[in-house]
Design a protein around this ligand. Structure first.
Ligand code: SF4
Length: 398
């Protein structure tokens, strides 16, 4: 079993709820926020005793809006994690920020506390579109945030953009994408909007782009970003490579791909801290309570905090290995499958692999290791396969 672990910290506060949002987030006053951070520190201390022999490879503060509470609360939380856990010297430490609250001084304090990767939720750079989403920021605030982030010393920045927004045309989407690329961030996440039940958008009469426009946005994203040196490494995620001269002393081996998200797709161990945070360690999955008062009361008592504890069966592990791993452009290693499950991948998935290889949606590739001494066989989706990945992945359920 791997001794590596990743840590996710959930900050569930937002100044105002966006109209499409179904994340666990809400507004709160100073007292509730203070109480939450006190509880978070208790959870960090308790959890670190259980995982003291693990080496933390990535830390990710997500939300909600981690840039909304007082910066000191966030920095103290990261410092506590650094004190209580063992972080690898190359640890990637990310934080999501919202342009409406990520003021310069806060960004400087984040950098000083040890965050080395910033993820900015731009979503669109068209002010009308931002208003319709119920976002608090406009494009001017986003540009200011990006400039401030660079000034604060962040040299690994992700920008989130969204397509298929209400009343969005292909040309307005491409305008956003071009402006984002012109800034030269190291990483771009490009998702299309999904209208979730329970959000205000679900009950609104929205004029969404038709399916052809939606597909055109998806294909143009891939084409335009590839043309501008962003390689796609996951269905919706693109990264630049690290050139020799800007490698600096950062923990980024040849690429700015997000190491933390790759842990999810490659089924590494991750520990979720905070309200509602999900964890999976050594094939046991659970999530923290979503009830704030219970979280604050039980933060030092892991058995009271954790819900839906499930030891994953071998079958579920194999299914996850396939449908999460195939999201990555590099695919899944057939040797790794054998190592983990003591069976050949073809013994379990022979028929479905054969069917999709024949149809041109899957391919088998031999990839040389660094130094070229050994090669590993990968099963990966082709471009055509990635375009219809949901259908294909469903066929890997046993
Ligand atoms: S900022 Fe993010 S988490 Fe907060 S309400 Fe908007 S979409 Fe949801």
């Amino acid at each position: 079993m791997s001794r590596d672990i990743s840590i996710y910290v959930h900050i569930p506060f937002c100044e105002r709820k966006c109209l499409y949002c179904d994340f666990l987030s809400f507004g709160a006053g100073k007292e509730q926020i203070d109480g939450y951070f006190d509880a978070l520190l208790k959870e960090i201390k308790t959890a670190s005793k259980v995982y003291k022999d693990r080496v933390v490879q990535t830390v990710f503060f997500g939300g909600g809006t981690p840039s909304f509470p007082e910066g000191k609360k966030i920095c103290d939380t990261l410092r506590a994690i650094k004190t209580e856990f063992t972080l690898s010297p190359e640890c990637e430490v990310s934080i999501e920020v919202n342009p409406a609250s990520a003021i310069y001084d806060k960004l400087v304090s984040f950098k000083e506390a040890g965050f080395n990767r910033l993820s900015i939720g731009a979503q669109s750079l068209n002010d009308e579109e931002l208003k319709k989403l119920g976002r608090l920021h406009d494009s001017r605030m986003f540009f200011e945030t990006f400039e401030n982030a660079r000034r604060a010393g962040f040299d690994n920045i992700n920008i989130d953009v969204m397509s298929a927004l209400p009343d969005q045309s292909l040309s307005s989407y491409m305008e956003t994408l071009k402006k984002v690329v012109d800034l030269g961030p190291e990483h771009i996440s490009a998702y299309s909007l999904i209208i979730e039940d329970g959000t205000p958008f679900y009950d609104m009469d929205l004029k969404l782009p038709d399916e052809d426009t939606d597909r055109a946005m998806y294909h143009e994203t891939k084409r335009y970003l590839n043309e501008h040196d962003y390689h796609r490494y996951e269905i919706s995620n693109y990264a630049r490579d690290v050139s020799a001269e800007n490698a600096g002393d950062g923990p980024f081996y040849g690429t700015y791909e997000c190491a933390h998200n790759k842990v999810y797709w490659q089924r590494g161990n991750y520990l979720g801290l905070g309200l509602g945070a999900a964890s999976m360690v050594d094939n046991v999955r659970w999530s923290n309570t979503r009830d704030m008062s219970r979280y604050v009361e039980s933060a030092s008592d892991m058995s009271a905090l954790r819900e839906n504890l499930e030891k994953l069966s071998l079958q579920s592990q194999m299914e996850e290995f396939m449908f999460l791993g195939l999201r990555l452009v590099s695919g899944v290693s057939t040797e790794r499958f054998k190592q983990l499950f003591s069976q050949d991948i073809t013994d379990v998935y022979g028929d479905v692999i054969e069917m999709y290889v024949k149809s041109g949606h899957l391919e088998i590739a031999s990839v040389n290791s660094v130094g070229g001494l050994a090669s590993t066989t990968y099963l990966r989706l082709t471009d055509a396969g990635l375009d219809v990945s949901n259908t294909i992945m469903a066929d890997f359920l046993l």
